[in-house]
Design a protein around this ligand. Structure first.
Ligand SMILES: Nc1ncnc2c1ncn2[C@@H]1O[C@H](COP(=O)(O)OP(=O)(O)OP(=O)(O)O)[C@@H](O)[C@H]1O
Ligand SMILES: [Mg+2]
Length: 289
């Protein structure tokens, strides 16, 4: 039985006095331990879908099944990590990480033991007593991930968690995320605009179509790990994702709320950059032979 299954999820919104169908019947099966990356044009409904899986929003049609049982509300089995981290500025790093445990009534000693482990895993031990304004964006994101992990959710839902990070921090977190996934065996659903990120992280990539969105194609990825963002062997895989994604972005034709060009720029930029590097390397090699 799938850990999570979306069956025919539909969702409508009111938009400037007309009805906009965001999700057009999303079907997706996620097995236990899968790391599924969701890519799709801007405004196609990826965040909406993730919120529905988390139980934060209700679908208009269809069902989310968790271990075969319908999901109707939020629960500790499915925890969301948002792009901006959403930490409490009045709490220290340790207290932010322990927050969910405290709310769940876990005793202080046990909380300290669990938070210690995850602070160490995210290399935050030295900053346990700091407040979030004293941290870099990358560190804040690590606190947000640690805060979700301490709850030991079966499924971790991540909505563009690395979008605001600089390239160097992002590369580090891409490696760390793979290690954490391997160590904890969590089931992860991860939304990203970046095809390189999807290729590095995913056990499969689900490509969403333009609105009303459906899962257009699921592409399995069994490249050996650990994978790094500039892995040359992953370029063909990135192309495969782009081939599915490009026509969907074009169909949007700028109608997407936050602009379709963002996807194209991000996606194309990654692959084009890699190809450029490849060409230069070849040229250099050729020159010295
Ligand atoms: N609360 C809401 N009220 C009205 N429309 C909404 C609401 N939430 C989302 N929408 C619309 O639904 C569509 C899907 O939005 P969503 O944020 O899920 O897309 P997305 O794929 O996550 O986009 P992006 O890649 O830009 O983050 C968009 O057209 C958006 O304008
Ligand atoms: Mg979104």
């Amino acid at each position: 039985m799938a850990k999570l299954e979306a069956r025919g999820i539909t969702k409508y919104f009111e938009h400037e006095s007309h009805r906009l169908q965001a999700l057009g019947g999303v079907n997706l099966k996620v097995e236990s331990g899968d790391f599924v990356c969701l890519v799709g044009p801007s405004g196609c409904g990826k965040s909406t879908f993730l919120r529905i899986v988390a139980g934060l929003e209700k679908p208009d049609g269809g069902q989310i099944l968790f271990d075969g049982r319908p999901v109707t509300e939020t629960g500790p089995t499915r925890i969301m990590v948002f792009q901006e981290g959403a930490l409490f500025p009045w709490l220290t790093v340790r207290d932010n990480v322990e927050f969910g445990l405290k709310v769940s009534g876990i005793p202080r000693e046990k909380r300290a033991e669990v938070s210690e482990r995850y602070l160490d895993m995210m290399q935050l031990t030295k900053f346990a007593g700091s407040y979030t304004h004293q941290l870099s964006t990358g560190m804040k994101q690590r606190v947000a991930i640690a805060r979700a992990l301490v709850m030991d959710p079966d499924v971790l839902l991540m909505d563009e968690p690395f979008a605001a990070l600089d390239a160097q921090t992002k590369d580090l977190l891409l490696v760390e995320t793979q290690l954490i996934w391997a160590r904890t065996k969590k089931t992860i659903m991860f939304v990203t605009h970046n095809v390189a990120e999807a290729a590095v992280l995913g056990t499969k990539v689900a490509v969403f179509s333009n609105r009303p969105s459906v899962v257009k194609r699921e592409i399995p990825n069994d490249f050996p790990r650990p994978r790094v963002p500039d892995d040359k062997d992953l370029i063909d895989f990135q192309h495969e994702i782009l081939q599915e994604l490009r026509p969907e972005v074009r169909k949007g034709g700028g109608a997407g709320a936050s602009g379709a060009s963002k996807d194209d720029a991000d996606a194309e930029g990654t692959v084009a950059g890699e190809e450029e590097k490849k060409k230069k390397k070849k040229k250099k090699k050729g020159g010295t032979q």
